[in-house]
Write a protein that binds this ligand. Structure first.
Ligand code: HEC
Length: 153
């Protein structure tokens, strides 16, 4: 019991400090969007690169789910949280339950090799080997807010 109390004391201050950066929180989201937009010039290239995704994903105002979910507001958001898309694979749901958040880093890894990040996922996409192209797509995605409106980079 004494030992438990000690552990609790050690943990509490960390919990208080960690709270504003809680996984999936608004603060994390804003930080990731800002990080994605560090190089505003990437957005234009990203728009072109997004052509590879368009057969399955929509962004912008009035975007609808297609084979894949709409990607409005995805940067910095928890995985498998696209509102109204009910075809997430069990693999993606599990990754989300295990805490997967679409940080710039995780998106980069997913776009490089979807299966390496989500085992049992259903995104039939080979992946993009060129880092600059992945970065550009992430920057482009970061300009779309949840409601499909755009932030200027
Ligand atoms: C052939 C169709 C297809 C293509 C092409 C495709 N995707 Fe996907 N994408 C999907 C499907 C289906 C899912 C859901 C996967 C799952 O549930 O395992 C998904 C999921 C995602 C997610 C997770 C969404 C969330 O809310 O958790 C992101 C991010 C994503 N795709 C980005 C991209 C990007 C960027 C591209 C282009 C470089 C792309 N996808 C190309 C079908 C596709």
């Amino acid at each position: 019991m004494r030992c438990f109390g000690f552990v609790l004391m050690m943990l509490l201050p960390t919990a208080v400090v960690a709270a504003p950066q809680e996984v999936g929180s608004e603060a994390v989201r804003e930080a990731e969007v800002a990080k994605a937009l560090e190089d505003p010039a990437a957005v234009k290239l990203g728009e072109k690169q997004f052509l590879r995704c368009k057969s399955c994903h929509m962004v912008g105002e009035g975007a609808q789910h297609r084979v894949g979910p709409t990607l409005n507001g995805v940067v910095g958001r928890k995985a498998a949280a696209a509102d109204g898309y009910n075809r997430f694979s069990p693999g993606m749901r599990k990754a989300a339950a295990d805490g997967l958040v679409w940080t710039v880093e995780n998106l980069d890894a997913y776009l490089k090799n979807p299966r390496a990040v989500v085992s049992g996922g259903t995104m039939s996409f080979a992946g993009i080997p060129v880092a600059q192209q992945r970065k550009a797509i992430i920057a482009y995605l970061a300009t779309f807010k949840e409601d499909g409106s755009r932030v200027s980079p």
